[in-house]
Design a binder for this molecule. Structure first.
Ligand code: HEC
Length: 177
């Protein structure tokens, strides 16, 4: 007899508790604005990554003739090639960027970028950059000597950087009493 009364009492107590839980986490009003700010930040990061990691092989114009591309076989993809652009989906591009060429049956010389696995926004930004080259003027067919000369010149100034690392101040400091 006593037991049958306990159940309804528990229900009455439990119901308001449950509704407290549901109210938690409201107040995330500005999600839309935050998302577009994130996209801008991710695009900026993608641009930096592209210049640091991709241009060496794919070239600043996306022609696949960066300074490190000369020895590569097959050559890095020429992004201006419209037919190639049509033949790949964004998901294909995301996969090759994160997992590398070997994972998708392409050349292992296309390196993976495992650190970007947790940054889909940045990968999407890289895909947008790759897509942005579509239909742009490409390398002149079989006349690649002239344009590639100016492209490789940009890699030269690295030699001057190391000079600035010389210790300073120690000589003059020693003279002071
Ligand atoms: C060490 C040189 C090298 C670097 C660095 C490099 N790639 Fe590549 N990439 C290649 C080569 C080589 C291929 C061609 C693979 C093939 O056709 O088998 C390629 C192919 C690609 C493709 C085309 C894949 C396809 O479906 O045909 C994309 C997209 C690409 N790379 C994006 C990038 C991005 C983005 C970066 C920078 C994060 C990058 N690559 C860095 C060498 C490189």
């Amino acid at each position: 007899m006593i037991r049958s009364r306990i159940v309804p009492v528990l229900l009455v107590v439990a119901a308001p508790l449950a509704s407290y839980g549901c109210n938690k986490g409201s107040g995330e009003g500005g999600a839309g604005a935050a998302a577009s700010a994130n996209t801008a930040a991710a695009d900026a990061e993608a641009k930096t990554i592209f210049e640091q990691r991709c241009v060496a092989c794919h070239g600043a114009q996306g022609w696949g003739n960066g300074v490190a591309a000369a020895q590569l076989n097959p050559k890095p993809r020429n992004y201006t090639d419209v037919n190639w652009q049509k033949s790949v989906t964004d998901d294909d591009l995301k996969k090759v960027i994160v997992k590398g060429g070997a994972a998708v049956g392409k050349s292992p010389l296309m390196p993976p970028n495992p650190d970007l696995e947790s940054k889909p926004e940045v990968v999407a930004g890289l895909v947008r950059i790759v897509r942005s080259f579509s239909g742009k003027p490409g390398p002149a067919p079989e006349a690649s000597a002239a344009p590639s000369a100016s492209a490789s010149a940009s890699a030269a100034p690295s030699a001057s950087v190391s000079a600035s690392a010389a210790p300073k101040g120690s000589a003059s400091a020693a003279k002071q009493k």
